[in-house]
Design a protein around this ligand. Structure first.
Ligand code: ATP
Ligand code: MG
Length: 637
């Protein structure tokens, strides 16, 4: 067995070195820290051609034993989940490990009573309430495969996902609350199910008390089903013994680059990777309060609200609402109320909080915060500094965590308080992760001070195994661009110190007069301008330069809003920060940007508009607010 946690930067370097030289030994020593029914016969067998990847073959386990049962003896009364409702006036809830264990067992039995068996797919469409985590863990408990869909997707997107995974049961709620909005979840499910033949049962949680239609023979109430289990009088729900390579869950990627793919993760490797990365990146200490603002509907919520923290016996805070409702200081009130120690959020949230100015921070203590995290996009330097100075008071290390739905957990990131950070840099790979940069011809670029396409050349336990129902798509998307490598789709720079900086998606790299410029780099510079709240940059065909730079810019409510002057100022700012070569050719001022429901800019749409091709914008079903597209289309230059 090897100590799970890295203890110093020196120790990191030693462990990293060892993990590359002896990856099988390294991961098997790490895996010893978890509870297994039976240990593995073989640590890893793999090829990236087919691809075929197997970790801990022959091992038996149930991930919920690691997340629940193993904590009961010594930490049964430790809070596992603390829940802050959307409405700050509503009472919050706390579930200890024992209570969570009991509720998971109960709901596991509900699922069984409703015909769910090992291997069946269960669609979960719930608001951010504790029952969402309970439903997820109950599936894992009985060996059912969960497919969580973010509680904001439309009926059509849900139907596509249910049909793709062939789900037999849906778990939902009457409705949910997010900020000022009531979301009629059951109604959306009813609309979706018109197109889904596979679903024979819908379990409905009472949350918003909106009127819903309940179809006899298909729809049942969560609370009634719990009562039935109680009267059956058997609170036990023994964990189903799973093979390490049995499927744990399917999760559809957000779709910022095309039709959603059902990413498949398996039990053993995912468990080890989620636990290992959580413990290390955030250097979690007992009794710390950990708060990740993501939704469980995204991979960040799966790995770093549910499985990672719970596998380590941590206290994880679940928040139903949005960071800026009912006021711009909501998030800071939560931090102070719960004395949050670790805050993990996204650049889009940071920028939005930042746009309210310092007033929102007035009178907030925030002194409980000792560690910060960021995920989802490259974090622009201005946001990094603001996060560091205003929220971390210059004392809390920022873990800029680079990873993907496909990687299952964090790949490149500072280890909080251990790895020296640099603004905008994801810094160094975690032990066991072997990134490399590759040029267009698939040749590895060695040395430092270089940039290229980010690939990973050795498997890691948390990596995707396939895309559900379509293995060829998995091969095509991730393993065909470069032989024997996993291709991330992201561009990356490795500086003189060997530090990694993600420059954005590879298809977001522009070629302007032969110069390769990352869109993120230009956005970074534009965002430095005092009046700019947010921006998005795309390329478009340019007769002379090859590609021109088109910038969509959201301005704040500054008093001098002379567009012409601001345009000139922005050009000056970009020229000063990057050089004249990166000056946008066109700047369109917009009120909003098309974002996916996970808060990412859908550049695909902006690119089409910039190219003047506005007829068919492709699949926009995962957009948060489709109306902004129309406005942008109208104002296109
Ligand atoms: P889709 O694959 O459907 O287009 P998506 O890539 O946005 O959706 P995710 O898996 O949630 O879905 O996001 C992973 C991507 O987010 C990464 O490939 C990268 O582009 C970006 N990303 C995540 N974290 C960081 C980070 N710390 N720095 C820079 N980019 C990041
Ligand atoms: Mg992706």
């Amino acid at each position: 067995m090897r100590e799970l946690k890295i203890s110093s930067f020196e120790n990191y370097k030693e462990v990293y070195d060892y993990s590359v030289k002896q990856p099988e030994k390294f991961w098997s020593e790490i895996a010893e820290n978890f509870t297994w029914r039976k240990k593995w016969d073989n640590v890893v067998s793999w090829n990236f051609r087919d691809p075929e990847i197997k970790w801990f073959e022959g091992a038996k386990l149930n991930i919920t034993e690691n997340c629940l049962d193993r904590h009961l003896e010594h930490n049964g009364d430790t809070p596992a989940i603390m829940w802050e409702p959307n409405d700050p006036e509503e009472e919050h809830r706390v579930l200890t490990y024992r209570q969570l264990h009991d509720k998971v067992c109960q709901f596991g039995n509900v699922l069984k009573n409703n015909g769910v068996k090992k291997g069946d797919r269960v669609c979960i469409y719930l608001p951010m309430v504790p029952e969402l985590a309970i439903a997820v863990l109950a599936c894992a408990r009985i060996g059912a495969v969960h497919s969580v869909i973010f509680g904001g997707f439309s009926a059509q997107s849900i139907a596509d996902r249910i049909n793709d995974a062939d789900c037999s049961v849906v778990v939902t709620a009457d409705g949910g609350f997010r900020g000022p909005k009531d979301i009629p979840l059951k109604e959306v499910i009813d609309d979706a199910l018109v197109q889904c033949r596979s679903v024979s049962r819908v379990i409905v949680l009472t949350r918003s008390r909106t009127a819903v239609s309940m179809i006899k023979g298909r729809d049942v109430w969560w609370e009634d089903e719990i009562k039935k289990v109680e009267t059956q009088g058997n609170p036990d729900c023994p964990p189903e013994e799973m093979d390490a390579e049995d499927v744990l869950f399917i999760l559809y990627t957000s779709g910022s680059t095309g039709k959603p793919k059902g990413i498949v993760h398996t039990c053993g490797g995912y468990m080890v990777f989620a636990g290992y990365t959580f413990a290390n990146v955030f250097q979690y200490q007992p009794e710390e309060i950990y708060f990740c603002t993501a939704d469980i509907g995204w991979i960040t919520g799966h790995t770093y609200i549910v499985y990672g923290p719970l596998s380590q016996g941590a206290t994880t805070l679940l928040f139903e609402g949005v960071p800026t409702w009912p006021g711009p200081d909501r998030l800071w009130n939560i931090v102070d109320e719960y004395k949050v120690n670790i805050l993990y959020t996204a650049p889009t949230a940071i920028r939005s909080l930042m746009s309210f100015g310092n007033e929102a921070l007035q009178g907030k203590d925030l002194s409980s915060i000792t560690k910060l995290g960021s995920v989802g996009e490259p974090i622009n330097e201005e946001a990094w500094h603001w996060f560091n100075e205003k929220i971390g008071k210059g004392q809390a290390p920022i873990a800029d965590t680079w990873w993907q739905t496909e990687t299952g957990g964090v790949m490149i990131s500072p280890i909080a308080g251990i790895t020296p950070t640099k603004p905008g840099y994801a810094t160094l790979p975690l032990p066991g992760i072997q990134p490399c940069l590759v040029d267009e011809n698939g040749r590895e670029i060695t040395g430092n001070g270089v940039s290229g396409n980010l690939c990973i050349k050795y498997p890691w336990p948390g990596m995707l195994r396939t895309t559900y129902g379509d293995h060829e798509r998995c091969r095509q998307t991730y393993f065909s661009a470069y032989p024997d490598m996993y291709f991330t789709g992201d561009g990356c720079l490795r500086d003189e110190d060997g530090y990694y900086k993600i420059t954005g998606r590879v298809d977001d790299v522009l070629n302007v007069s032969g110069h390769r410029i990352g869109t993120a780099e230009v956005e970074n510079a534009i965002n430095m301008h005092a009046d700019v709240v947010e921006s998005a940059v795309v390329g478009y065909p340019h007769a002379i330069k090859g590609q021109g730079i088109y910038a969509y810019v959201i301005l704040g409510n500054s008093t001098h809003n002379d567009k012409e002057l601001v345009t000139k100022d922005i050009l000056k700012t970009v020229t000063r920060l990057i050089g004249a070569i990166a000056k946008p050719d066109k700047i369109q001022f917009v009120a909003g940007l098309p974002k996916t429901r996970s808060g990412k800019i859908m550049r695909r749409i902006l690119r089409k508009i910039a190219e003047g091709e506005t007829g068919n914008l492709g699949d926009t079903s995962t957009l948060l607010d489709p109306a902004v597209v129309e406005e942008i289309r109208q104002g296109a230059l």
